[in-house]
Ligand binder design. Structure first.
Ligand code: E4P
Length: 219
């Protein structure tokens, strides 16, 4: 399973990419607004911090403008994945950009029917938002199970399932059990993944016992 980080904060990306755990980055207009930085500058900087795909989202809603925006974003760096919303114009843009060899991430997916359309449009990634489905009383992870199953039924659908709107480590473990290809994870949740109280307790006990030996590993 690949790990993308869901942020436009380059300091956080730099810190996480040093761990070797990162396979790519996703951004969205809200995350770019939060960064307070110039969109093009921030995307170019992120692209230099990872070799993996960096999702940069279009802002237009009509096909013609969306396509032009997508081409401009794709020209920023080789690893840009153009992000388009799951609308008819977005699917049409996805189809055109994908045929031209650009990776497209179709975002704001909330149903299996939408995921089928994205695969047919040649999307490199489909982004189902699990947390936002949980927020309205549905079980977001059920959608991931359905999409993984559907794509498995049709090997010609090569779109990767990119689990988005992740709120906690359980979403990630469930996604892995279901065979999702990618999780895009907020930095805070990525840090939560490593923590376990028994790890902390065990480490303290080992260190205390090691101290008693009076030995050193390095001179
Ligand atoms: C995915 O690419 C989106 O940027 C993101 O996961 C949305 O998450 P949110 O529902 O926490 O805003």
């Amino acid at each position: 399973m690949k790990f993308f980080v869901d942020t436009a904060d380059t300091e956080e990306i730099r810190e996480l990419s040093d761990t070797g755990l990162l396979d790519g980055v996703t951004t969205n207009p809200s995350l770019v607004a939060k960064s307070g930085r110039d969109f093009f500058e921030v995307i170019k900087e992120i692209c230099s911090l990872t070799e993996g795909p960096v999702s940069a989202e279009v802002a237009a809603t009509d096909y013609e403008t969306m396509l032009e925006e997508g081409k401009r974003l794709a020209g920023l760096a080789e690893n840009v994945a153009v992000k388009v919303p799951l609308t008819m114009a977005g699917l049409k843009t996805c189809s055109q950009l994908s045929k031209a060899g650009t990776q497209v991430n179709v975002t704001l997916c909330f149903s299996a029917a939408q995921a089928i359309l994205a695969a047919k449009a040649g999307a490199a990634f489909i982004s189902p938002f699990v947390g936002r489905l949980d927020d309205i009383g549905q079980t977001g992870m059920d959608l991931i199970g359905d999409i993984v199953q559907i794509y498995e039924n049709y090997p010609s659908m090569e779109t990767e399932v990119l689990v988005a709107s992740i709120r906690n480590p359980t979403h990630i473990v469930d996604a892995a059990l279901m065979g999702a290809d990618v999780c895009t994870i907020p930095p805070s949740v990525l840090k939560q993944l490593v923590s376990h109280p028994l790890t902390d307790k065990g480490l303290s006990a080992f260190l205390a016992d090691w101290e008693k030996t009076g030995q050193k590993i390095l001179d």
